[in-house]
Design a protein. Structure first.
Length: 475
């Protein structure tokens, strides 16, 4: 559901007691955590006991399971997830009582008030880049508040309330939320059509990023990855509008360049060059060219803020990822199992390229769960084509999230577009049958990769359990 952003955005300490509908999600749980850490009264509800809730409960936040009007208690303000339905009983009760209703974007803007916001936007790579920037700044001696769309493995949290004036935030464009934040500076990793269920056309989607750049402080700056056509076009228009813009990438002419990149197993590295001068080496403990470019953007922002190269690259080198971004779930019977959030064709291609550097001589076995009917309708064929970079592919049915099912748009649309022999591709609509299908296809030395933004993340542990049982039975 869509809740309008109010004309007046109050700071968090003026919202009174705040209740979160959908508090278990990555976005709302981050806002709630920051508010609770600042001593503000917070409660919430969700229909699932998600991994974000235990950390909130440790802070004393009451997190109800299920939705009930009584859960609102004495709330003055209610922050609502976009996944909520109009008939959600807590939404209905909040409206009946005339409570202040805020969308996620306004809730995040409330906790940003009074700080220098460093926003990370882009079609892909937002969560990883936000995590990289946070890790780099922490290593450089900063103490930023941060809100990330996934759990930082280094801290075990998706948000923290810092002690200085910096606020690092993942800025989501899917519903236009990033137009609310008024950041001091921003990173845009790439601009490629997505979320057309909201924006309607590719032109409107791209225009939203121009509008986003126009919300930056006039004495602020923008960092864009010029290797991406959409971000390069944004950089050009931002410069023409008088905004200081820093370009990064491997391309000639970038202000900060990655030179001589090397990808070995689960690591990557490059030389960093600025204005013809070699600043030194950038090393990462995560694989893939797209992650190297994300780190370069974070490095550029840190340098522009005045932090030292050596401190920043030390923080980047220590970054081990965020939950659901090429996350190693475990190993059993000689098979490594990874999980990643990729759900757009470009993200799929990037993660499969990274997985190739990990798998070595083994086979890459991928389970993909399409996310949203609208996205699958538009990009299903391209999703399948991107999955052709794997050796074995299992496609699940569409994860519906906030949309209703469409019998004409299923995972079969994606599976039918995978350019592999039929025996190497399977459409398995029964979710519970997928772990056995993956375990049967995997051999020692292989990598199993689960991909998608929905419940597919639950499969990794089940695959590992089956592999262990099979290994035990073979002894």
């Amino acid at each position: 559901m869509r809740i309008p952003v109010p004309d007046e955005l109050l700071p968090a300490d003026q919202l009174g007691s705040t209740h979160f509908i959908g508090i278990g999600g990555a976005g709302l749980s981050a806002i709630a955590r920051i508010m609770a850490a600042r001593g503000l009264p917070v409660t919430g509800s969700d229909d699932q006991d998600t991994p974000f809730l235990p950390a909130l409960r440790e802070l004393g936040v009451t997190c109800h399971l299920g939705y009930d009007p009584a859960h609102l208690g004495d709330a003055d303000t209610v922050v609502v997830t976009t996944a909520a339905r109009e008939d959600n009983p807590e939404v209905v009760e909040a409206r009946r009582r005339g409570l202040r209703l805020l969308p996620r974007s306004a809730g995040l803007a409330a906790v940003m008030a009074g700080q220098r916001v460093l926003a990370v936007a882009g079609t892909h790579g937002k969560t990883t880049t936000t995590g990289l920037l946070t890790s780099a700044l922490l290593a450089a001696g900063a103490h930023p508040t941060y809100a990330v769309g996934g759990v930082l493995t280094a801290t075990g949290r998706n948000a923290d309330a810092g002690s200085d004036d910096l606020f690092v935030a993942e800025a989501d464009e899917s519903d236009g939320a990033f137009l609310v934040y008024r950041p001091h500076a921003a990173i845009v990793t790439n601009v490629e059509a997505d979320h057309l269920d909201n924006w309607g056309t590719e032109e409107a989607y791209r225009q939203a990023f121009d509008d986003f750049a126009a919300t930056l402080d006039r004495d602020g700056f923008l960092v864009c990855c010029a290797d991406d056509e959409g971000a390069a076009a944004l950089a050009a228009s931002a410069r023409a509008a008088g905004l200081e813009t820093i370009t990064v990438g491997e391309s000639e002419g970038c202000d900060l360049r990655a030179v001589d990149p090397v990808f070995e197993g689960s690591t990557s590295r490059c030389r960093v060059v600025r204005g013809g001068r070699d600043l030194g080496e950038l090393r990462l403990a995560i694989p893939g060219r797209h992650y190297l470019l994300d780190a370069l953007a974070a490095l550029a922002m840190g340098l522009r803020l005045g932090f030292s190269f050596d401190d920043l690259v030390l923080g980047l080198a220590g970054f081990t990822g965020t939950g659901r971004r090429m996350e190693l779930k475990g190993e059993a019977a000689g098979v490594r199992v990874y999980d990643s959030y990729a759900h757009h064709p470009v993200e799929i291609a990037g993660d499969l390229q990274a997985a190739r550097s990990i798998v070595g001589e083994g086979q890459l076995v991928v389970a993909f769960q399409p996310h949203l009917v609208s996205r699958t309708r538009i990009f299903g064929t391209q999703m399948g084509e991107a999955l052709g970079a794997a050796d074995e592919v299992v496609v699940l049915d569409v994860y519906l999230a906030r949309e209703d099912a469409d019998p004409a748009v299923t995972g079969a649309l994606v599976a039918g577009a995978v350019p592999l022999p039929s025996g190497q591709v399977a459409y398995v609509p029964d979710f519970d049958a997928v772990p056995a299908e993956l375990a049967a296809r995997a051999r020692p030395g292989d990598v199993v990769l689960t991909l998608g933004a929905g419940s597919v993340t639950q499969l990794g542990p089940r695959v590992l359990e089956l592999l262990r049982e099979g290994a035990d039975g073979a002894r």
